[in-house]
Design a protein around this ligand. Sequence first.
Ligand code: AHG
Ligand code: MN
Ligand code: MN
Length: 377
Amino acid sequence: MPLSQRSTLTQFLIEERRRFPDASGDFNALILDVALACKAIARAVAFGELGGLMGNHVVAAATGTSGASAAAGSINVQGEVQKKLDVISNEMFLRANEWGGHLAGMASEEMEEPYSIPASFPRGKYLLVFDPLDGSSNIDVNVSVGSIFSVLRAPADVAQGTRKLTVQDFLQPGSQQVAAGYAIYGPTTMLMLTVGSGVHGFTLDPNLGEFKLTHPDVMIPAETQEFAINASNSRFWEPPVKRYVDECLAGKTGPRGKDFNMRWIASMVAEAHRILMRGGVFMYPRDTKDPSKPGRLRLLYEANPIGMVMEQAGGRASTGRGPVLKIQPDGLHQRIGLVFGSKHEVERIERYHDEPLPLKKADFETPLFAERSLFRD
Ligand code: AHG
Ligand code: MN
Ligand code: MN
């Protein structure tokens, strides 16, 4: 279909809204504001090491500042570009979403505490939680990064402004998300969105600056021959994860009877996108590396939104032990073990967590777990 005839994100949202005649339009306006923040971040990211030339107008338009301080100096100091882009992206989310009257508050990876809507703007009935720039360590190697977002309902008294926003208001299980998604800044910029009726993918048309629906109703294949895990952590993995990976590595002649591919981009949005497009399984499981951190990824703005996208696309998202979307959060920046992707593989990993190891200790001296395992202790 010619790009000009594809529906835009705006048209998609209006058509979705027609299914709910009582809807106020606040939700659509919120998603469009999120999309605007993502477009601004896509532009900022595109400047890379030329960050100092980003154009103050790009920063200013989205952050409401002169742009000078945010852009200046970002090319000179090693490592500064990434840090500044995290901060700039956070500002872009705040400025694009605080004014519209749809939100009662925001929370982000980049802010220790929740962000209350300034008194000069009206409050609304939603909460927005986001990771403004995921995978930002990849910026300096020019690998895809992204933004992740989650929309929750605000408690009525906070929405009406009769009670102050608290951390507690954000501590809702992922199953209560109204919408979730991510933008990926790769060779093309895409927005993958779920409002609870499947996952739909939009590609940014650089000529029009509009997101166009290019991937309606994305479905993840239930079977896969590709897995993603940071293998440098293998000595910290729990036995069920070791077992799963060893079985994948054993390939055709192992218990799985087929060869697997392995991938690790270290940019979760990029891994999630690959899995949405062609299947696969992603694991950043709970491990024993740092007992104070039950996993690497954050529940509220990484695991929950990606989890909702996965489940809405027919995949599964799990802590390894059960559905991630059922977890009752206990902190804004809480970390969690995360496994997601093709349904049957995630279910298999959950099963391995339930089952005792099928082999006795002596069996670990067999070729499969000794000589042939890359990841043995
Ligand atoms: P962020 O850039 O928001 O801190 O998140 C990075 C995350 C995630 O995108 C990725 O999967 C993971 O960290 C990579 O971790 P390792 O460096 O341990 O591989
Ligand atoms: Mn992240
Ligand atoms: Mn981040």
